[in-house]
Design a protein around this ligand. Sequence first.
Ligand code: PRP
Ligand code: ZN
Length: 289
Amino acid sequence: MNGNNLKLAIQKKGRLTDKTLSLLRSSGIDIDNYSDRLTVSARNFDLDILFLRDDDIPEYVQDGVADIGVVGENVLLEKQSDVSLIKKLGYSRCRLMIASPNDFIYENLIQLEDKRIATSYPNILKKYLTENNVNAKIIDISGSVEIAPALGIADFICDIVSTGNTLKLHKLKTIEKVIDSEAVLISRNNITKDSTKNELLSKLVQRIESSITAKSSKYLMMNIPASSLENIKKIIPALKSPTVLPLADEGMLAVHAVIPNDLFWDIVDKLKSEGASGILIFPIENLIP
Ligand code: PRP
Ligand code: ZN
């Protein structure tokens, strides 16, 4: 480790680990196999990675043990550490949900009044219950929350749901959503005062952003009748203005454009109805604005 390197804390083992490492790699950061090590340094960027328990990351970043960190919003909100949110990263999406036994007939939140809810997220749950004017007893447990109803120590649970498999396995069902969560990049508050580290952070964020945009976009090439150009420009999102090239056949044009993944089929269908043909789609490696 080098004192001038940017120190990034990430989850040691869990829902965020692999995706965070692959985001770093697709951002052009070369990281050694880390297997059981506590820290690794990037080979081509002044960055040290610290592998920590996700629950500890907000505090380590607050205290400056790490300069920046990647955590779930759920952990960030729960820990209430004094750190800055730099960027939502769009992966490891999940929801913090209140769940009941399968056979419970749920109508509304009033049914939770005076009941016991087991959770590892007491702060978030407390805020939610207060906002909804529900008085329930929060049972704060640190792990395996899903077994609390079967053990008779709680009536409901409030926990992270991603695939829903854990709930299913324990014969529980979701009844209310408390928050949505995804991976976020955080930094210590005073990082802007450290020009070296702040510069490294800006560089890293820029690389991450271009990698995220590239992954959420596709490059599209097609031939269109020249007479459709104006309509087709309207179909392709304005921001990403298309490249238009003439073809040997004068009535036809070749158009290249970047389109967002989530609108992909929608756009392709509309383009076809405007007479587009020979549509070719490519993945984008990187997109630098
Ligand atoms: C959460 C939660 C469940 C599981 C739900 O744990 O406590 O155990 O994920 O996921 P599923 O809906 O896909 O089954 P998490 O991974 O956050 O572990 P941690 O609390 O130990 O960090
Ligand atoms: Zn955790």
